[in-house]
Design a protein around this ligand. Structure first.
Ligand code: ADP
Ligand code: FRU
Length: 284
């Protein structure tokens, strides 16, 4: 099993489940409410840890009243967070999520007021024992330098990057990675109406993935293209973090040297299973 380090965020997710998504300027009562740890990088690690990998997270931790809930979840899933930057003041990034019970959709209002994990913070991490380094595509200038440093220190290290949201200059990260994980949101922001249209616009030796909700996901490498349909759960319960789970499935399968088509199928199955349950605990 691999030693996997992910750079990105942990959040507090406040999830209100409503029977139907509310109309603007209306009042609805939530049927249930949950407070959970979230954040793409840590969601992916929590799944990877359940798949048996040794997982480490580096990001920013703020000492504030919501921190213990986040740390408890990381501890429960044996995520090593010792390389995090700790701040005495501020607020952990917080997502206010409205989850529709009728459709399983999740709409997110995200608030953040804390610094990003920086290149200097990254420079202090010992990369010697790491097999796979995964980045959330954010904080582009610093992330690019982190990827360059990792390539210099450990040329053989597998590097993956998630490009989920459009951010200025984020495409600069693509040439640095072995695996590039793209999303429907990113594709649409670039004017593409399908995963294949986005993937066909990209060239390079990297393995590219693009997820597209209930249509499943695609992989591309060179001139080869693979598709896997989504595997719908018996009941659609919670799609928050489906993409993060897909990324975990891909990293897991590729780190075990499985061929691309099989890795894609495994990742879609895992993501589909996740959509049938709340959160990530007990997924594997
Ligand atoms: P994100 O969570 O980043 O918005 P997607 O919605 O594209 O990402 O979902 C990621 C993957 O999760 C999809 O490629 C698919 O395999 C799976 N998935 C998402 N929604 C569903 C669904 N309704 N039913 C089954 N699988 C789903
Ligand atoms: C899901 C998620 C949530 C988090 C939000 C941050 O992919 O990581 O857990 O609140 O996205 O953008």
């Amino acid at each position: 099993m691999a030693h996997i380090l992910a750079i990105g965020i942990a959040t507090l997710d406040i999830i209100n489940q409503v029977s139907h998504y509310p109309a603007e300027d209306s009042e609805v009562r939530a049927e249930h409410q949950q407070f959970r740890r979230g954040g793409n990088a840590t969601n992916t690690l929590v799944v990877l840890s359940q798949l048996g990998h040794q997982c480490q997270w580096a990001g920013v931790l703020v000492d504030e009243p919501d921190l213990p809930l986040i740390l408890a979840d990381l501890q429960q899933h044996q995520i090593d967070y010792s390389a995090c930057r700790r701040l005495a003041k501020g607020k952990m990034p917080t997502s206010y999520v409205t989850q529709s019970i009728s459709t399983g959709s999740r709409s997110i209002v995200h608030y953040r007021d804390c610094p990003e994990f920086s290149f200097d913070d990254f420079g202090r991490i010992d990369l010697q024992a790491i097999d796979w380094l995964h980045f959330e595509g954010r904080n582009v200038d610093d992330t690019l330098r982190m990827m360059q440093l990792a390539r210099t220190k450990r040329p053989e290290l597998m590097l993956s990057v998630e490009i989920e949201k459009p951010r200025e200059q984020i495409e600069q990260l693509i040439p640095m990675a072995d695996v590039v994980m793209l999303s429907k949101v990113y594709a649409q922001s670039r004017g593409f109406d399908s995963a294949t249209a986005l993937l066909n616009s990209l060239s390079g030796p990297q393995l590219f993935s693009c997820t597209w909700g209930e249509q499943g996901a695609w992989l591309k490498q060179g001139t080869q293209l693979w598709h896997s349909p989504a595997t719908p759960p018996a009941q659609l319960v919670d799609t928050l973090g489906a993409g993060d789970t897909f990324n975990a499935g891909l990293i897991d399968a590729l780190s075990r040297q499985l061929p691309a088509a099989q890795a894609l199928q495994i990742a879609c199955e895992l993501a589909g299973r996740k959509c049938g349950q709340q959160g990530f605990t007990g997924l594997v």
